[in-house]
Design a binder for this molecule. Structure first.
Ligand code: MG
Ligand code: MG
Length: 622
């Protein structure tokens, strides 16, 4: 299958779009007429530019309000088509995309549409061109691909074929079975788009909320499976109308598009349907744990931060043999404090200040994960490795941070023994056992991009996003997690500039990890140890506990105990969730949670926590 993307998906000038599309390794491009109209050169210049970049031109679109026009207007519709054919010949593009008529004056009737398409096919064929017909979900008379196919079939002309566009088909929840019966050579173009399921009119939904495959809720793998049954092996083109996409970088958006297609082909291959031209990817990686979290700090901040780690019950377990890097360990948690004066972590610290600069994930096969990432066009990261150090496979993640992959085979299983000297230090731990979740704040328009990044590479599921009220506006929260909870990532973003998530981006100079939640098996024991160690917790207002006592069955004694320790509480059925927050360290903070069968993230408590943090941030002297 040839991969293509419509110029309408991307922002920038036509020249910038074509370069971005070619760099993302697409075979072809759909030219939107608006891009031609605003282009300073001629269609022949576009043809040359695309040709120089090795891009074919899959289609020119759109051609609107054509079929079923009453006499008088019908002649004008054909005259308009002839002018499009002129442009196409200059462009070197042989396919015109015709969308079903929305004009109130248009007339219904499959035979009338078929007759018009037949004549259009005649005219196109005289010039060696073709036309393809698409049912818009909001078409006046034809809004279903099965009717569009019937019109094409009855047009009975070799230059007339069908367009299948997943948005128009799946927005209406049209049955996919009829696709299997369409001969592959009658399908001239397939356009693919995902979208979230929304209650909205089709036109607004289509024009603003389309997204790349895997970023929405549509059953695109089922669609592709039905398409595969026809034997179709021609152009598969991304046609995404999305305001945030057009506001973003054309280069990274085009790469996201190619990544989305490769992931889609990969999911088909999981169903044993082979897409001949698609790269074969190693399977999605299974993550068994967060192996480590690395912080980039300067000397002064490192001392203060290590004081907090010690207060949290971490043991200074290892000193790197050749670098200013220490390992802090408790239960299955490893924190790496990097105070090097050169290299990646140092540059990261210069830009962002004290920050999480890398995450280490324990996966089933680190080399295969890295290879999958490479084939998904993720960005590999390499840094000079000194003698006695391991070359740990790594790629770029959110905000330029790193994602390292470790596994249980070979030297990667022994990184702490190979690179670090054990200090022999012993301390009383605080019962923290593992990393529960990692929260990353980002620009609103980046969320779909990182969602695709994580879910295409790792075996993670997304859960429905939630909007959490912050004192400064709404924050959108998107959870991605593995089925067993071994890795849980929360992506946060906000369109308001006054929320905590947005202030983080501004003050941090970019996207990154804003908080890490650590799991305890016994919250009461953990908070008691933290209090002994002099670790201050975020103060939760009394009203929270009055409200909690009123609406829960906890009773006064238990509520009072939660209040004494500033513990937030949530319940789902019989499952319980306990949370405390540390006071922030710069822009970063720790959370500690205890899950008693609970699967969520305490969304009901998030507004209380955000308000408490906002209050703390505005207190003079803090
Ligand atoms: Mg379309
Ligand atoms: Mg949290």
């Amino acid at each position: 299958m040839k991969t293509s993307i419509a110029t309408v998906c991307l922002g920038g000038t036509l020249a910038e779009k074509l370069e971005a599309i070619a760099a993302a390794r697409f075979d072809a491009v759909e030219i939107f007429e608006n891009d031609l109209v605003t282009f300073s050169g001629t269609p022949a210049d576009v043809r040359r530019a695309a040709g120089d970049l090795g891009l074919g031109i899959a289609t020119l679109q759109p051609f609107r309000d054509f079929e079923g026009m009453p006499e008088g207007q019908r002649a004008r519709a054909f005259a308009r088509a002839e002018r499009k054919f002129d442009v196409m010949q200059e462009l070197g593009c042989d396919l015109l995309m015709v969308c079903s008529n929305v004009a109130p004056e248009s007339l219904g009737g499959i035979d009338r549409a078929a007759a018009d398409l037949h004549e259009l096919g005649e005219r196109a064929a005289r010039r060696g061109l073709r036309v393809a017909f698409e049912a818009l979900a909001w078409g006046r008379h034809i809004s279903d691909y099965r009717d569009a196919w019937e019109a094409v079939r009855r047009a009975a002309h070799p230059a007339v074929g069908l367009v299948l566009d997943t948005f128009h088909i799946l927005a209406r929840r049209t049955d996919l079975a009829a696709i299997r019966a369409i001969p592959a050579d009658r399908i001239f173009l397939v356009q693919i788009a995902d979208a979230p399921v929304l209650q909205m009119d089709y036109l607004s939904w289509s024009r603003h909320y389309r997204s790349f495959p895997g970023q929405g809720d549509f059953p695109l793998v089922d669609f592709m499976q039905a398409l595969a049954a026809t034997g179709y092996d021609d152009v598969l083109s991304l046609e995404i109308f999305n305001d945030e996409f057009r506001a973003g970088s054309a280069r990274s958006l085009a790469v996201d598009g190619q990544r989305a297609l490769r992931f889609l082909f990969d999911q088909l291959q999981e169903r044993r349907i082979v897409v001949a031209s698609a790269p074969r990817l190693p399977p999605r990686a299974t993550v068994s744990a967060t192996a480590f979290i690395e912080f980039a700090l300067d000397d002064a901040h490192a001392a203060a931060f290590e004081h907090i780690l010690a207060g949290l019950g971490f043991r200074r377990a290892g000193q790197h043999r050749s670098k200013a890097v220490t390992r802090w360990q408790q239960g299955g948690i490893n924190m790496v404090v990097n105070r090097e004066k050169e290299g990646f972590a140092h540059s990261f610290n210069i830009v962002h200040g004290s920050a999480v600069c890398a995450l280490g994930l324990r996966v089933n096969d680190a080399a295969a994960t890295f290879e999958r990432a490479r084939l998904l066009l993720d960005q590999p990261f390499h840094q000079a490795v000194r003698p006695g150090e391991l070359d740990i496979p790594a790629i770029r993640g959110v905000g330029g941070s790193l994602l390292y992959f470790l596994d249980d085979a070979g030297p990667l299983a022994h990184v702490w023994d190979i690179e670090f000297d054990d200090t022999g230090d012993q301390v009383q731990d605080a019962g923290l056992v593992r990393v529960d979740h990692i929260a990353q704040s980002m620009q609103y328009e980046e969320m779909l991009s990182w969602l695709l990044f994580y879910t295409s590479l790792l075996d993670l599921q997304k859960i429905a996003p939630q909007d959490v009220p912050d004192p400064g506006g709404l924050v959108r929260s998107q959870v991605i997690e593995s089925a067993d909870g071994a890795l849980r990532i929360v992506l946060n973003a906000s369109q308001s500039r006054r929320t905590q998530a947005s202030r983080f981006l501004h003050e941090f100079f970019g996207s990154g990890v804003q908080h890490v939640a650590l799991a305890t098996a016994d919250m009461m024991q953990t908070v008691a140890q933290l209090e002994r160690n002099g670790i201050g917790l975020l103060e939760i207002p009394e009203n929270y506990y009055e409200d909690l006592e009123a609406k829960s069955e906890l009773g006064p004694a238990r509520t009072a105990e939660l209040k004494r320790h500033n513990i937030l509480y949530d319940r789902e059925g019989d499952a319980e969730y306990l949370q405390v927050y540390l006071r922030p360290f710069g822009h970063f903070f720790f959370e500690i949670v205890e899950r008693r069968g609970y699967r969520g993230y305490g969304a009901a408590n998030a507004p209380v926590r955000l308000a408490a943090q906002a209050r703390l941030a505005s207190t003079p002297g803090d």
